[in-house]
Design a protein around this ligand. Structure first.
Ligand code: NOJ
Ligand code: CA
Length: 561
């Protein structure tokens, strides 16, 4: 593996890339969960200065952009997705000056900055929610959120029987007897998007960060926001029987939400290069997803299809084909992602039995069972994850990577109950089992020392001993390490990436996927167990050791023809 691939770009290249309005179309974006990345002041919580200190590592990794999960003031009822103030930094992790310093350091290294915007709900500590509580029923202050009288003689029954995403009722009662809607935790009251002040305030927030040099936005649950809430609300059973894909479902993915994003697009286009956005929208049909990715809207949307698939040739083939077709239709570029802060890490998912179409969140049951070692094929899972990632990095479109996957991290299952933080753990969310803390454990930078180099004191979530073998330090320069695989692949991708086309190559077997990109760049993946012959071409990189010209099972190789 040649090391010059990992060095920083020449200054001229950095400038060109930073000015390119299309930079996002085929970017490798690295997600940072700020409180778990690097802790500069040793209080156990990752901070913005920590991120700044790791710019050389991000540069060596070779990513085009970072996306920061929320770093705003927050009581952390939902890991920061409960925002007290959209236009500030949580004092526990830094200041606006630290933010500017971090952005400048990332930009100087040619790395774009994407921040997370959480528009469906604020936190219950947001100034406007406090004012809503202090104001009377029917006041303009209350109208910024969704307040209702309760049912029953004394109004002591919630306005509907809806449940919140992390368990428990979706309505909470306030002192004067009214109820407010929260599709997530009670600490996350939903905004009323029919209120013009709410709309205007978000435009102000987008400009605030854009003016500070932020390059793009990741939009949290972009498909919620607008709701249709008639006087008599439908029951949960009625909601369950409705078509979520019609554009007319009362709580999600309503057609009117795109009017909001058209306003946002006008703000993005005030900047040069225009600011970008990617929607997090868990909608079922690719056609509905396409609306978020429209150039008149957010421009790009996450595609979680690979993330929910087994490591399977036919499944990957279908998903890639469908999504590339979809992005051709919309004019956007496709996105690909295997891991993020909400799901079991993909090395672990691929070390567990395949889902074979079962509709569950992969890995959640294994974590709930205490993470039994005898059920997890650690080495096999990582091997498949490396093969999958190398395939993904050869696809047209943007690849979203999640901190720690470049170190080959597995999910951490053994977090004691009294150290867990995720609301889905405390609120008994069935879907999330013991919660999402296991993929949010602070990163191991060194193989020894307090919190494996994360900071100078214990990390806010306990790190397992096996992190020592996964640290950046232990993998740096080790030819077969996952870190070096990512570095080399990202370096090659940057060199080879050209047009967005992909041509499937006939392999005669459904467990072997091969495709050609412009520039004679070929990627071939063997999903199943036995070996196949490599096609013609010079091998550039492989996710596992090759035996001459034969490609072993669970391996991807790139060739240049
Ligand atoms: C999606 C985010 O990714 C997740 O972490 C969060 O809990 C919910 N949205 C609510 O904001
Ligand atoms: Ca800190």
């Amino acid at each position: 593996m040649s090391t010059d691939l990992t060095s920083s770009l020449p200054a001229g290249d950095v400038v060109d890339r930073m000015d390119d309005p299309d930079w996002w179309r085929q970017a490798a974006v690295y997600q940072i969960y700020p409180r778990s990345f690097a802790d500069a002041n040793g209080d156990g919580i990752g901070d913005l200065k920590g991120i700044t200190s790791k710019v050389p590592s991000l540069s060596a990794l070779g990513v085009d952009a970072v996306w920061l999960s929320p770093f705003y003031p927050s009581a952390l009822a939902d890991g920061g997705y409960d925002v007290d103030d959209y236009r500030d930094v949580d004092p526990k992790i830094g200041t606006l000056a630290d933010f500017d310093e971090m952005t400048a350091a990332l930009h100087a290294a040619g790395i774009k900055v994407i921040v997370d915007i959480v528009p469906n709900h604020s936190s219950d500590r947001h100034e406007w929610f406090k004012r809503a509580l202090a104001a009377p029923k029917g006041s303009p202050e209350r109208d910024r959120y969704i307040f209702r009288d309760g049912l029953g003689e004394n109004g002591d029954l919630p306005p509907s029987d809806w449940t919140a995403a992390f368990g428990g009722p979706a309505w909470s009662r306030v002192e004067d007897g009214q109820w407010y809607l929260h599709l997530f935790t009670p600490e996350q009251p939903d905004w009323n998007w029919d209120n013009p002040e709410v709309r205007a305030d978000f435009l102000k927030t987008l400009r605030f960060w854009s003016d500070r040099g932020v390059d793009g936005f990741r939009v949290d649950v972009a498909n919620l926001l607008v709701k249709d809430l008639p006087e008599v609300l439908p029951s949960k059973a009625e909601l369950d029987s409705m078509d979520r894909d019609s554009g007319d479902y009362p709580l999600a993915d309503r057609d009117e939400v795109h009017e909001i994003y058209a306003d946002w697009r006008r703000v993005f286009n005030e900047y040069d290069p225009p600011r970008t956005a990617v929607a997090e929208a868990w909608v079922d049909s690719p056609a509905r997803r396409a609306k978020y990715a429209s150039p008149e809207g957010l421009g790009q949307a996450f595609n979680f299809d690979l993330l929910q698939a087994d490591f399977s040739g036919p499944q990957f083939h279908r998903i890639i084909t469908e999504n590339l077709e979809q992005s051709r239709n919309t004019g956007s570029s496709s996105t690909w992602v295997f891991s993020n802060h909400d799901v079991t890490r993909h090395a672990t998912r691929y070390g567990l039995p395949p889902l074979n179409g079962r509709k569950v969140k992969q890995g959640v049951e294994w974590v709930a069972a205490g993470g039994p070692e005898d059920e997890l094929d650690r080495a096999g899972g990582l091997r498949r994850a490396r093969a999958a990632t190398l395939l993904m990095l050869a696809l047209p479109g943007s690849s979203y990577l999640y901190q720690g996957e470049e170190l080959g991290l597995h999910e951490v299952a053994d977090i004691p109950a009294d150290r867990r933080q995720d609301p889905s753990f405390f609120r008994g969310a069935e879907y999330d089992g013991l919660g999402r803390d296991g993929c949010r454990v602070p990163i191991p930078w060194t193989s020894s020392g307090t919190s494996f180099g994360f900071g100078d004191s214990d990390a806010h979530l306990p790190q397992p001993q096996w992190f020592a073998d996964h640290s950046e330090q232990s993998q740096d320069g080790a030819a077969d390490s996952t870190l070096e695989l990512y570095r080399a692949a990202l370096g090659l991708r940057r060199e080879l990436q050209a047009g967005e086309s992909l041509e499937w190559l006939e392999t005669g077997r459904e467990d072997v996927l091969a495709f050609r990109r412009p520039n004679g760049w070929v990627s071939i993946t063997k999903f199943g167990g036995d070996d196949v012959e490599l096609p013609d071409g010079d091998v550039l990189i492989a996710s596992a050791e090759l035996d001459g010209r034969s490609l072993p099972g669970a391996t991807t190789a790139w060739l240049k023809q």
